[in-house]
Design a binder for this molecule. Structure first.
Ligand SMILES: Cc1cc2nc3c(=O)[nH]c(=O)nc-3n(C[C@H](O)[C@H](O)[C@H](O)COP(=O)(O)OP(=O)(O)OC[C@H]3O[C@@H](n4cnc5c(N)ncnc54)[C@H](O)[C@@H]3O)c2cc1C
Ligand code: SF4
Length: 526
């Protein structure tokens, strides 16, 4: 058994964990250990082969709801989701955070640059956001960087009178290889792996990867319970990963402050198996997934969709009225094969036109429902994820599917496709040749195993709020009942953050780390 003694231990090195480690190292002289379940793979390792790069994903890309109906993709490597994501960067939405303040007492989280939240000089969301944007170079791509797929999507929207926007992206000098989802082989995508985690290591933060945290340890002091550290298992280093900083085998870490940043699936599972008090049975409940519905189209000419920046154009036209976005994305052949309808010869016929395919997706801002949840399942040794679309969410998704089909046909597709075996209305298959057929989408039921819904934006499983009867953590991220156990990642959002979550998570992490650095006494640190 290896043992480490530290001041602060952070579990998870993704969007939140990386920023926390670097910011705490920047502002304090504390000893910090950063633990990551996955490997530390750098740009030389990213070979742009979809199957090889599943090593960067939770359950090697096979993580799904317990019924197997919805893939729940997540990064499991140094950098977490930021290593495998598409760099689509949305600022935190002020109205959403103000709404949380009103509904859950969450705050202050001021968006005014002059605010001193928690009485800490200069602490506010606006400053933290500006810091994050600067460090990871969030900017809009140029005209020359828009590829065929994105141009077609923009044209289809324009023909339907739907305004589009350009995504902002966290990249620098991108060469447009098109493989953001497999890890950037050129270090041009500024994931936390190549930014904040490196900053943290330069400031002597110890990174331990291949480190699966099993439990958080506790002790009692009078009537108070406090976290004492974590027990983990360090797996053998996977070929291709950087060397590790401790030997394989059991690892015991003692720390004064434990920060959980393992993401919205693994964080509640860790708290549950560590038996963190949960008198209201709230942990894991109200999972939000941002269900995504892929929309494909076949064209009569060769397209070069697999090259260039994958996503550069989107539309938020329906965000205010219907709560969804259209986002331009495109998959390489392995993932495209999963997102294409049909089996056997039908599937083959569409796949053989791969070079003429275009695609984008609907991203639904789903409403929390307590039946949608994550539970630690001790018998299988993995989190059990349960999720069903609610009826109101289905209604919004039907409308999104209908308009999405109209966009694809208006872009010039011979056929627009949904990944579905359903036969909505009068249709024998979800292959749409005429605009008027799109209305049949109103008959879709989004049945499990029949219509493919994907997800990669898990949130809201350890909700933040000032009422312990409704929330797992307070606005500082401290778990009710254990002050020195702080949660900071996508799980603490009370509901969907309203857009792709990476920048919201990173801004929150910058904010909480700055706050902790100014409140060290609160955790017995000085
Ligand atoms: C394929 C994909 C594409 C995406 N595209 C975008 C996009 O373009 N824009 C956007 O805004 N968002 C995108 N997202 C979502 C975004 O990346 C996530 O919302 C964000 O990374 C969540 O941050 P987090 O810190 O909560 O968790 P993560 O970034 O997932 O980090 C959690 C880390 O904890 C580690 N961990 C888990 N359990 C343990 C344990 N027991 N012990 C130690 N470590 C553990 C995990 O391995 C992981 O590295 C995408 C996600 C995916 C998967
Ligand atoms: S498209 Fe750009 S940022 Fe993405 S992997 Fe290629 S070079 Fe890196």
């Amino acid at each position: 058994m290896s043992a480490l003694e530290t001041d602060i231990v952070i579990i998870g090195s993704g969007a939140a964990g990386g920023v926390l480690a670097a910011t705490l190292a920047e502002h304090t002289g504390q000893r910090i250990v950063l633990l990551e379940k996955g490997g530390h793979f750098t740009h030389e390792f990213f070979d742009q082969r979809e199957l090889d790069m599943t090593v960067l994903l939770a359950d090697r890309g096979a993580r799904a709801t317990v019924d197997g109906a919805i893939p729940v993709t997540g990064g499991e490597c140094v950098g977490g989701g930021t290593t495998v994501n598409y760099a689509l960067s949305f600022d935190p939405i002020r109205d959403v955070w103000n709404g949380w303040k009103h509904e859950f007492g969450v705050g202050p989280f001021s968006f005014d640059r002059g605010s001193n939240d928690f009485g800490i000089t200069g602490l506010n969301m606006a400053t933290c956001l500006a810091d994050v944007r600067r460090r990871i170079n969030v900017h809009a791509p140029s005209d020359a960087e828009i590829n065929d797929n994105n141009k077609l999507f923009a044209a289809g929207c324009k023909a339907n009178g739907i305004p589009t926007r350009r995504f902002e992206l966290n990249m620098i000098d991108c060469i447009g290889c098109g493989f953001c989802g497999q890890g950037c082989a050129y270090d041009r995508k500024l994931s936390t792996m190549v930014t904040y985690v490196r900053d943290a290591q330069r400031r002597n933060v110890q990174l331990v990867h291949h480190c699966d945290v099993q439990r958080i340890g506790f002790a009692a002091r009078g009537n108070d319970r406090f976290a004492t550290g974590v027990q983990a298992v360090v797996r053998p280093t996977t070929p291709g990963s950087e060397a590790n900083s401790v030997d394989r085998g059991p690892l015991d870490i003692r720390a004064k402050l434990v920060i959980v940043s393992a993401g919205a699936i693994a964080s509640p599972a860790l708290l549950q198996r560590s038996q963190v008090p949960d008198p209201q049975q709230l942990m894991g409940k109200g999972l939000v997934l941002h269900p995504s519905l892929p929309i494909g189209g076949t064209f009569d000419r060769q397209l070069v969709n697999y090259r260039g920046i994958t996503g550069s154009i989107y539309s938020d036209h329906f965000y205010g009225s219907h709560g969804f976005y259209y986002e331009c994305l495109f998959d390489h052949p392995m993932n495209a094969a999963i997102a294409i309808p049909g089996i056997g010869p039908d599937h083959f016929a569409i796949m053989s036109q791969y070079s003429k395919l275009a695609g984008f997706g609907v991203m639904l801002v789903d409403t929390p429902n307590s039946a949608n949840r994550v539970d630690w399942d001790a018998s299988s040794g993995r989190p059990a994820i349960r999720y069903r679309l609610t009826q109101p969410d289905k209604a919004r998704l039907r409308y999104a599917a209908r308009v999405g089909i109209e966009i694809m046909l208006a872009a010039g597709a011979n056929e627009a496709l949904l990944t579905s075996e359903e036969q909505p209305g009068t249709m024998a298959a979800t292959i749409f040749k005429k605009r008027q057929d799109a209305a049949q989408c109103e008959k879709l039921e989004f049945l499990p195993y029949q219509t493919l819904i994907t997800s990669a934006h898990c949130q809201a499983t350890l909700k933040m709020g000032e009422d312990p009867k409704r929330s797992v953590v307070n606005s500082r991220g401290e778990t009710y009942g254990v002050r020195n156990l702080v949660v900071c990642d996508s799980s603490v959002f009370p509901a969907s953050c309203g857009a792709n979550p990476m920048i919201s998570v990173m801004t929150l992490a910058r904010y909480q780390a700055t706050r902790i650095a100014n409140e060290l006494n609160r955790y017995g640190l000085s």
